[in-house]
Design a protein around this ligand. Structure first.
Ligand code: ZN
Length: 318
């Protein structure tokens, strides 16, 4: 029997399941619609059906652990706590419900920490014990590995860079405060910056012809690659904000590498070039040149799944 794990990435819309071996090969992959299960118990039942189907599909394998990455998941308690993007309100007993239903060890963490573990086991951080993974999606997520271990802190919520107050009286954030980093550095932050630039700059741009609710990060990216100066400026500012944030993360975690991951990372050099300039400029003298910024080396489509699988393997080897 070959040992395998199940990685589960629970997202607001879809939940993806993968049967993953120790080298990070996804033997099988399935998904269910998270948002069609109003009751968490019914979701667990549907998930169990998927996992049973993996067993039938690969009878020569033995599932040893289940790793679950989910928004606002608590590593210590195995719970999802007050997740804004999920239908299940309050505190959801994620680990306990899965363990009870499937009689297998289950481990949980939030998606950014899972991404960091994925980078360590299967991506570009195999040789590193000090690195940061920044996920640039709808929000700004971050996972820290310090001295070889994921940083969890007292309540498992350490290293949430996205909610550091970047501009104290700045943009309103989903968390209820103002000026959090993710309101500037994320796909939605880029769009908000673009809209602000309409009034700040006297530059023509095809983006001005769109209703504001139809401006997306993808459209800003397309405009920028077509030479639109306003769209370019939106990217440059986003990169400069991120450069400043990363310069500050150096101060408390001293990584050798910072990996950038998520939808906005697809902007490539449009983001990376000004980011590197800003990072060097903003870094404290003692940190200048000591860390490299790179794009994640996990395939984007599978990164969350591989992160959850990496979490499961790490638990299995403990
Ligand atoms: Zn916030």
């Amino acid at each position: 029997m070959k040992n395998v794990v199940v990685g589960i990435d629970i997202g607001g819309t879809n939940s993806v399941f993968g049967l993953v071996d120790e080298s990070g090969v996804i033997l099988s992959r399935k998904s269910i619609k998270t948002d069609s299960y109003d009751q968490f118990e019914l979701f667990v039942e549907a998930a169990a059906t998927v996992i049973e189907s993996f067993k039938q599909e690969f009878p020569e394998t033995k599932i040893v652990t289940i790793g679950i990455g989910a928004p606002d998941a608590n590593y210590y308690n195995g719970t999802i706590e007050h997740a804004a993007n999920l239908k299940w309100s309050g505190i959801v007993p994620l680990r306990r419900s899965f363990e009870k239903r499937l009689s297998l060890p289950v481990v949980t963490t939030n998606d950014a920490n899972a991404a960091a573990l994925g980078e360590k086991l299967f991506g570009g951080a195999k040789e590193s014990d000090h690195f940061v993974v920044i996920t640039l999606g709808t929000g700004l997520g971050s996972g820290f590995v310090v001295d070889g271990k994921v940083l969890y802190g007292k309540n498992s919520f350490a290293g949430e860079v996205g909610h550091m107050q970047f501009f104290p009286n700045g943009r309103v954030c989903g968390c209820g405060r103002r000026g959090c980093a993710e309101t500037y550095v994320s796909a939605t932050g880029l769009v908000r910056t673009t809209i602000e630039l309409f009034s700040e700059l006297m530059i023509d741009s095809p983006l001005r012809d769109l209703p504001t609710n139809q401006i997306s990060s993808k459209k800003v990216f397309q405009a920028a690659t077509n030479g639109d100066l306003l769209a370019n400026e939106a990217f440059t500012r986003t990169a400069e904000y991120l450069g400043q944030i990363l310069a500050d993360t150096m101060i408390f975690s001293n990584p050798d590498t910072i990996f950038i991951f998520g939808g906005l990372a697809n902007a490539g050099e449009l983001l990376m070039k000004p980011l590197k300039v800003a990072f060097e400029k903003r870094s404290l003298e003692m940190f200048k040149g000591s860390a490299e910024i790179k794009f994640s080396q996990l395939p984007e489509a599978d990164a969350a799944l591989l992160g959850s699988a990496a979490l499961a393997w790490e638990e299995f080897h403990k």
